[in-house]
Write a protein that binds this ligand. Structure first.
Ligand code: NDP
Ligand code: OXD
Length: 307
């Protein structure tokens, strides 16, 4: 079987040895090349629009990540299955990051680096976790794990999803009309939604201003969820306390982007949860075997739903 590694900006070489080991009979090609165009399987992060439509033998598009938004955004995407990665380790890593980011706000760590740079000894009043409600948007692989971890750490947790969920100890809300209920008392808002037409820009003025004064925002899903002008306005007005941002519409975030220096904003480099190359390739290899024998594929995305 011929496989093509496709990403707008390249950089997928880190998967090569793992693919060669896991799929010994496969031929591996890199986009852009005529040989890649002939491949039956596209292994992608961010394929340029039209690339997949220009592959006459294409039978499967496999994301190398949990998200498939860059793939589904291509209006010419051919009618073939699209699969994603699912990984318990990824959810655990996301749990660690979101727990840390919650503590960043809850324990008043956010002004500490600024104060330390000025040699300023300033202690803050501390609250127990039980007085810091957290809202998690998205209760899928990562969101559910984050919600349970924060619940177990003593935070009152509210969750929000498209369909109803029942998670012991977490107050779950579903659907657009229930979003204000989920946000109403949240001191920390964590976004773990997939990027779809319904969720693009969801962290806009209406959502962010529905948070109580002094809330912090944690964004680990996609940069396009956030209306950054609304965020900056609400930070500067003092309504929001700060934001921990791990994802951006353009990555890497350019060095001269003002967000790096916006008071209250902490930028991290899309590092909240990174799947290990071996874990990615094991799942792709299993789907190649299934494709070969016509068996149902694992972790197939619902293209109409967008995730
Ligand atoms: P899942 O697909 O497992 O879960 C998505 C969740 O979002 C589901 O609970 C779903 O609801 C909910 N949802 C989807 N659309 C809506 C909507 N319109 N309104 C309300 N809820 C909605 O996703 P994952 O948890 O695996 O990942 C989420 C995203 O996080 C990924 O798409 C990716 O963009 C990002 N990510 C980022 C990483 C990083 O390193 N920064 C690492 C991993 C993921 P329902 O349950 O009802 O279907
Ligand atoms: C993602 C990932 O989808 O890192 O962002 O898996």
């Amino acid at each position: 079987m011929r496989l093509a590694l496709i990403n707008r900006t390249g950089g997928l070489e880190f998967l090569e040895d793992h693919i060669r080991a896991a799929c010994p009979g496969a031929r591996l090609e890199y986009w852009p090349s005529e040989a890649a165009r002939e491949a039956e399987v596209a292994i992608c992060w961010d394929p340029p629009d039209g690339t997949l439509a220009d592959m006459p033998n294409l039978r499967l598009v496999h994301s190398i990540g949990a998200g498939v938004d860059r793939i589904l955004a291509d209006p010419t995407l051919p009618d073939v299955p699209v699969c994603r990665i699912r990984d318990d380790d990824l959810a655990v890593a996301m749990g660690e990051y979101c727990h840390w980011a919650t503590l960043w706000f809850h324990r008043g760590l956010d002004p500490v680096p600024r104060n330390a740079a000025a040699g300023h000894w300033h202690r803050f009043e501390q609250r127990p976790a039980s007085q810091v409600p957290v809202c998690v948007l998205g209760l899928g692989d990562t969101g559910r794990h984050v919600a349970c971890r924060l619940r177990d750490a003593g935070y009152p947790v509210r969750g929000w999803s498209r369909s109803p969920h029942d998670i012991p100890g977490v107050v779950c809300h579903a659907g657009p009309e229930a979003l204000p209920l989920a946000l109403a008392d949240a001191q920390v808002l964590i976004c773990l939604l997939p990027l779809t037409p319904d969720t693009t820009g969801i962290l806009g003025h209406a959502t962010l201003s529905a948070l109580p004064p002094g809330a912090g925002v944690v964004l680990c899903s996609r940069g396009e969820h956030l209306d950054r002008a609304a965020l900056v306005t609400l930070l500067r007005s003092g309504h929001l306390r700060g934001a921990v941002l791990d994802v951006f519409p353009q990555e890497p975030l350019p060095a001269d982007d003002p967000l790096w220096r916006e008071p209250g904003v902490l930028v991290t480099p899309h590092m909240s949860a990174l799947a290990k190359p071996r874990r990615i390739v094991v799942q792709i290899a299993e789907n190649l075997r299934r494709l070969d024998r016509g068996a149902p594929l694992l972790n197939r995305v619902d293209r109409a739903r967008g995730y």
